[in-house]
Design a protein around this ligand. Structure first.
Ligand code: MSP
Length: 524
């Protein structure tokens, strides 16, 4: 079983392009693994508790429950629009999640891994948080952004993180693929060096934060952020759940034969997933062989700058999908970033990549293959005659592209996989220009050769539709439909052999699948 999760998104705002990227990436990897014939469970969802939600709801004069219901809708609608096909949906207000969190906390407390202690220090009344020396400005004082700062004492519950970090270091050093890409693991190990002596505060008194899950052994407190959010990866996978809870069978999802993969952004590797979560799992009794693999992606920036509300440069994926179409957006999000690295979100490149690689190159190939078959051979494909060196080269190009595509997808490198498809498409267009089926059509003696050439083009389109399907499921289905490729939705990679289209196969009417994006010039 391939159990894939994404980070759950905070519901104190609206989804932006970074959220969309992560969900589409996960969707593409899940679709790829389904295509490989693997059983897949893809979990995503929303992070609904916490201070920020409580504050925003208060400002808007609604109960936090009402507020998160509203914001959660926006995420649900967007994933539906973008074709994100998940199997499990995590909402942290779900009572089944709450029961799981409380069960885990009780277990850890019974085993002496949680303790209560007082903490005194500087506290920002406006931000409702304790401050450390790192929060001081250059002058040594706490800046005006913190508002009134008072000395304050508070008791809280702590998780004995420091008991676990020795194990974590050894685990990270011994496990090759604990964190991907590898340079992120080095970052994590460095952070661990600096961080290993401290414990993790896991609670907030209810007078400060009400919108959370109550500690089962101290009703004046709620759990704070990570002991709620991170647990979604196991709670919605059925961990310690009742058989009739309507959740999956945990032992099938969380296995040693293929460890779960958590897709997260680089900002939540250290300390949340890389330190807290792995240590929490270890404390809960998970062996090394069941530790999840962390796939850490980079960020989309805007002209080199972080996207933020205060900069007003947030890109709204909903608007983009409306304006340019879902295919253009999904393609861009997968094509213009290398997994693990950052990239700049650039609308000109979105339009350029769609227009050159899809509308021109692939669109041209589809149009040639389908249109000429309709016009020259009445839509009926034949295997034709003798296979020439040119035909063999085309077949080798397809074999090479498919292997490169597959290797890249196995490494989570979707952009490289798309490049591999594009190489084959370019090969096919070159082939069409050299073989000139429009000339062959004029010569009655060349009808067999014409059939061979058209067959090679149409068969290539059929393969490209399958290879593109994880990224562009709708467009791929349209191509398959025009080719009348039967059983397309059930095709698996093992079926991907030369000869998908049989001798005498009749194709359908061609219709452009990738209409060029025309950018309106602003009025003078
Ligand atoms: N709720 C926490 C995660 C809890 S996981 C148990 C959270 N939420 S978030 O809404 O801030 O971010 C959700 C995901 O979106 C994270 O993986 C984060 O890295 C990712 N992104 C947020 N901004 C991003 C970009 N600009 N670009 C790419 N991904 C980004 O963190």
């Amino acid at each position: 079983m391939f159990y894939l999760t994404t980070a759950i998104d905070y519901t104190n705002g609206s989804p932006h392009i970074g959220h969309a990227y992560e969900k589409v990436l996960a969707d593409v990897l899940a679709r790829y693994r389904r295509l490989r014939g693997d059983e897949v469970f893809f979990l995503t969802g929303v992070d609904q508790h916490g201070q920020k939600v409580q504050q925003t709801a208060e400002k808007e004069g609604v109960h936090p429950a009402t507020f998160v219901k509203r914001t959660t809708r926006k995420f649900l609608n967007l994933w539906e629009k973008l074709g994100v096909d998940y199997d499990g949906w995590a909402e942290t207000v779900d009572p089944r999640h709450k029961a799981c969190v409380q069960g885990i906390l009780t277990g850890l407390k019974e085993r002496g891994l949680l303790y209560k202690k007082g903490h005194s220090g500087h506290y920002s009344v406006r931000q409702e948080q304790f401050l450390s020396d790192r929060d001081r400005g250059e002058s040594g004082d706490f800046g005006p952004e913190w508002g009134e700062v008072v000395l304050f004492e508070e008791e809280n519950w702590y998780f004995k993180l420091s008991d676990q970090t020795g194990w974590l270091k050894a685990y990270l050093e011994s496990c090759q693929d604990a964190v991907l890409p590898l340079f992120r693991k080095a970052e994590l190990l460095n952070a661990l060096e600096r961080n290993s002596g401290t414990d993790l505060c896991i609670s907030r008194p209810k007078e400060r934060l009400r919108w959370g899950i109550e500690l089962p052994f101290d009703p004046d407190y709620v759990t704070y952020v990570w002991f709620d959010a991170l647990i979604n990866y196991v709670s919605f996978a059925g961990y310690q759940a009742a058989a009739d809870a309507g959740l999956p069978d945990f032992s099938r999802l969380w296995t040693t034969d293929e460890r779960p993969v958590h897709i997260i952004g680089k900002d939540i590797l250290v300390p949340a997933h890389g330190i807290y979560w792995l240590c929490m799992l270890h404390a809960m009794g998970f062996p090394d062989a069941e530790m999840p693999r962390l796939l850490v992606h980079g960020w989309w920036n805007i002209r080199g700058e972080k996207m933020s509300k205060s900069l007003g440069n947030i890109v709204d994926p909903d608007e983009l999908a409306e304006h340019f179409g879902v295919a253009a957006l999904r393609y861009y999000l997968m094509r213009d970033i290398s997994t693990g690295r950052d990239s700049d979100f650039d609308l000109d490149r979105l339009v350029m990549l769609f227009n050159t690689e899809l509308a021109n190159e692939l669109g041209n190939l589809c149009n040639r293959a389908l249109n000429m078959s309709q016009r020259f051979t009445a839509g009926v494909l034949g295997h034709g005659g003798e296979v020439t060196a040119e035909d063999e080269a085309l077949q080798s190009s397809l074999t090479e592209a498919t292997a490169a595509w597959r290797a890249a997808m196995d490494e989570f490198e979707v952009s490289k996989a798309l490049e591999a498809i594009n190489r084959h498409v370019a090969h096919c267009n070159g082939y069409a220009e050299r073989m000139k089926p429009w000339e062959l059509n004029k010569d009655p003696a060349q009808q067999e050769r014409l059939a061979t050439v058209l067959y090679h083009l149409a068969e290539s389109v059929a393969h490209c539709a399958v290879l593109l399907s994880p990224v562009l499921p709708e467009a791929a289905a349209k191509l398959a439909d025009q080719l009348k490729l039967e059983g397309f939705s059930d095709l698996k990679l093992a079926d991907l052999k030369w000869g998908l289209l049989a001798e005498g196969h009749a194709i359908g009417k061609p219709k452009p699948v990738f209409p060029r994006i025309v950018v309106e010039e602003p009025a003078e």
